[in-house]
Design a protein around this ligand. Sequence first.
Ligand code: ADP
Ligand code: MG
Length: 370
Amino acid sequence: MMDEPANLAEIRLAAGSDAKRERYVRQFVNRFLSMEGVGVMLLDSDFRIVEVSDMIVSLCGLPRADIVNKHAERWFDEVGLQPRPFDRSLLEGQTFRNRVLNWKQDKQVHMLMIDGESLTEGEERTGAFVLFRDVSHRMALEEQVRRSDRLKTIGQIAAGTAHEIRNPLTAIKGFMQLLNKSLRDRDMEKEQEFVGIVLSELDRVNDLVSEFLLLSKPKELRQVSMRVGGIIQEILPMIRNEALLHNVTVIYYPKPEMPPILADKELLKQVFLNLGKNAIEAMDGGGTLIIRECCSAEESNRVAVEFRDTGPGIPPEVLEKVFDPFFTTKPQGTGLGLSVCQRIVDELGGSIEVASDGGGTLFVVSLPCS
Ligand code: ADP
Ligand code: MG
């Protein structure tokens, strides 16, 4: 057999690898079009939609056949994208990157980052493509990190100052009680009343400092293996008592088969008490508080406790602030309850989440099993 000329062999090789390349590119494109969390839209030179990936189809809730071939501007209107996330200037080569698009789908808001670029064939502009990335999850994680950073700072301040505040408070309280006794002996009723007010205000400051102290890093976390149900049983009488005063019914669904968790009992009690108290305070005209233990199916190494109330719910602009230290909507609130919950749950390696609508509010505490 005669040797083939070198250039022909090269052509063969190139042709072979072209086919291979094409196969891989095709496989990639197919996979890419069905990926979750990343979407792509192809547009022709008339600004009509040529193709969309599965993510876009599921986000806009229209069948693919209703999207493809539609003019992009009409599609924006139909899916309610206002203001329009991009326009025809994209076809003229106006590239954009990391444009933020908040896409409302039912009750959920997806935060998307979009990039757009035109397509060309030789000199001719043939259309454009737009890439959509769903960054909601990453944003939520970043928010959690920011939250716990903020809490750490406050915790440090708390650790440094709370004791310094509490010590003089104890002295003031002691002398006020002595003063009160002398006033009583002299039948000075008006003055006694004043001292009574001072004493109850001192109690309020003391409570605040106690909460503040909980924000500082506990000196030693006493993590013991225990059942979450046992902790709830212990605080339930306190919650029921408070509920009775506010005309609230408390329903508790225990789950005895839940695996044990590793936690600090006293701290965890504080978390559940705070959540119970908030729920009851939210339902001033009466209502129902449901406390439920559950294991999430996806995360088998975690257990969760839900606090669900039938209160007025939390409007979205308030919802994003409820974990902020000192944020409160109550005249007598400290705004530290949920910060403390967050701090403690963080410390225990768990997480705390909130969801709310007009029908009430749900707080879920999830904790790692031991
Ligand atoms: P505080 O109870 O002192 O106000 P928290 O940190 O415990 O502080 O709560 C912060 C805010 O979150 C409350 O003032 C309230 O507006 C809101 N909130 C918390 N829990 C609920 C709930 N179950 N229902 C409605 N609003 C709530
Ligand atoms: Mg509270």
